[in-house]
Design a protein. Structure first.
Length: 94
């Protein structure tokens, strides 16, 4: 038998400091999207020098607050299509 997952992942490409993703993670419980299956948000940005302390702080209580996990992918080049597709497929499988 095949099991189909009811969860999905949001991807924030060129996320910068991750303001949109962070806001989305806090709005999800208010809108019922957690119950609709939004399990995590992947933040993609090419810049590896971004200070991610605010994202790590937001993740500290994500389970207690029933918010999706914010997963950081710094140093991601969107022009490397094959690598991006492979990473996103692996992320969606696990």
């Amino acid at each position: 038998t095949t099991t189909i997952s009811n969860t999905f992942i949001a991807v924030d490409a060129c996320c910068g400091k991750g303001v949109f993703s962070t806001l989305l993670s806090y709005l999800v419980p208010q809108c019922g999207l957690c119950y609709a299956g939004l399990s995590r948000i992947i933040l993609l940005d090419k810049n590896e020098e971004i200070n991610w302390n605010h994202i790590q702080a937001a993740n500290a209580n994500h389970t207690l607050e029933k918010r999706p996990f914010l997963e950081l992918w710094p140093g991601t080049n969107l022009h490397e299509h094959d690598i991006m597709v492979e990473r996103l497929l692996l992320a969606s499988a696990g």
